[in-house]
Write a new protein. Structure first.
Length: 259
């Protein structure tokens, strides 16, 4: 997981654990050095428990960052060098922002400045992972629909059910079948092989009104249905087969109810 997905509490706790491991500072040693430095028991207990919220609250009562810094930098304690100490201070200061921190985001550049090694993972555009043209199987269809709903802000299923009733110009009226919130949940359950009207109801529920986009989802469903039929067919099609040729040899053929 990228570093910017971790909270400053997580990162500060990890820094302290790293220092303790590096210096082999067991519990008894930490208590001894804290006692020598006059650090209150509540601070030490929070460190040992990995509870950075409590640690911050305890430190605020006794002087804040300088108290923690004295333990981190103490040569007989955790012995942090200046770079690690600066990184820990930056994390502590971000914790101190409290509610204001929610309006801020930590960037890869800021993490790099703190001394972290930050690897960049390629981010796949939302448009690509929700593009029905890349769907060929039912698992891919279910995944794409799940991501489509997520990209629209995880619309509540009851709201989606209401939207699925709306009719839009250019959509096939024969494939317009509204679904309940339970029915829409079933469209994206694990292992689902939903019927086409249910898929289109889900797509409409996500706010898709363009009939061309709807036809792309219908085509994706058709490919998934054919793939499923091939998986279970005793008469797989030959390269030169038309759909009619394959259907004439196979008692089941492409399942009309799935297409």
């Amino acid at each position: 997981m990228p570093l910017d997905r971790f909270s400053p509490e997580d990162r500060l706790n990890t820094l302290i654990l790293h220092l303790r491991t590096h210096c082999k500072a067991d519990t008894a040693t930490l208590w001894d050095h804290a006692s020598l430095l006059g650090i209150p028991p509540g601070v030490v207990e929070a460190i040992l428990n990995g509870d950075m919220h409590t640690l911050h609250a305890e430190l605020q009562q006794v002087g804040g960052w300088p108290i923690l810094a004295s333990l981190l930098a103490y040569g007989g304690g955790l012995a942090a060098d200046l770079d690690v100490l600066a990184t820990a201070q930056a994390e502590y200061e971000e914790i101190s922002l409290g509610e204001e921190r929610r309006r801020m985001s930590i960037t890869a550049q800021e993490l790099h400045q703190r001394g972290y090694r930050v690897g960049r993972r390629p981010r796949v555009p939302v448009e690509k992972v929700t593009d029905p043209k890349g769907v060929n199987t039912f698992p891919e269809l279910v995944n794409a629909l799940t991501l489509l709903r997520s990209s629209r802000g995880d619309i509540p299923y009851r709201d989606m059910a209401a939207r699925s009733q709306e009719r839009h110009p250019g959509w096939d009226p024969d494939e317009h079948e509204p679904r309940s919130h339970t029915g829409l949940r079933n469209v994206v359950r694990e292992g689902a092989t939903p019927k086409l009207p249910a898929v289109l109801a889900f797509v409409r529920g996500c706010g898709i009104t363009d009939p061309q986009v709807g036809r792309s989802w219908a085509a994706a469903h058709a490919r998934a249905a054919v793939h499923l039929e091939l998986m279970h067919s005793r008469h797989p099609p030959r390269l030169e087969d038309t759909v009619e040729d394959w259907a004439s040899r196979s008692p089941s053929g492409p399942n009309p109810s799935m297409a």
